[in-house]
Design a protein around this ligand. Sequence first.
Ligand code: IPM
Ligand code: MN
Length: 324
Amino acid sequence: MTHTITAIPGDGIGQEVIPAAIHVLESLNLPLSIQFADAGFRTFESTGDALPAETLRLCEASDAVLFGATQSPMTKVEGYSSPILTLRRQFDLFANLRPAVKDTIDLLIVRENTEGLYSRRERVEDDGQTAIAERVITARASERIVRAACDQAMQRRRKLTIVHKANVLKETCGLFRRIALDVTAQYPELAVDEVLVDTAAMLLVQHPARFDVIVTTNLFGDILSDLAAGLTGGLGIAPSANLGAGRPAVFEPVHGSAPDIAGQGVADPRAAILSAAMLLQWLGYAETAAHLTRITYATAHTGQTKLTADAILQQLQQVTNHAQ
Ligand code: IPM
Ligand code: MN
């Protein structure tokens, strides 16, 4: 069976790292049918639409999407909204899996991906003197993300940390915490603890190896996953998967479009390649995905910089030839 993949390079270095990762995928001799599609700020400027209907249609008809990065303006631009946020919402991709691996650190952040402070419910009152964001936490979304995290932890070292700020956010984090404790109680094989988000930030820096799986709400997961990337080699090697109940799933490097280094040929393609490996794993090519992941991390951890997709492919071919 052929799997259909839509590649969306987006803006900035997305235009470099996604073609590199697609080059790797295309060289693997797997039954993949890959098509490219447009999205992002440049697309918005030329068409008035950051995520054109045609792109959505292609994604909808795909098994998986490999997304680069798009440039999000810091101020409100009428008619523009972040394509990745739209994709997550459109396909109800509620689980954002963000691994961070280096030496003794083998961490997976499971970030809720559909609500919290990303509810898009922001408004100004008081003649612009007061700005309010609504943080939406539901039992339904909390339950499904914690369940996803438990399932991940069961396949790993069976340790799960619930991260929240229920001491201050008594209602929103309070609900998330209650549900998390209820759901995790159904997994007696898991060692479960809870840590406040500020403490979690400190412990991640001081004792990162103490963590296996972290489950948390949307914005906390966003922030902690950059922190975890910083601990394990930087955003250049931080991949992620956005998963829902069905298809398509969307895979993307954690990094942004990095306009400051775009077009110079210096962007690290490894976060995109590791995201492609997560995509392969999700499609069921577990062995290829594992080889690709191991080789890509290994090159990163020996301090090689400017590693090209071809160098990774060459090593991959050696491993697979050897195995035959
Ligand atoms: C991420 C990014 C996005 C987010 C931005 C680009 C909207 O920072 O995937 O971590 O905040 O989720
Ligand atoms: Mn982020």
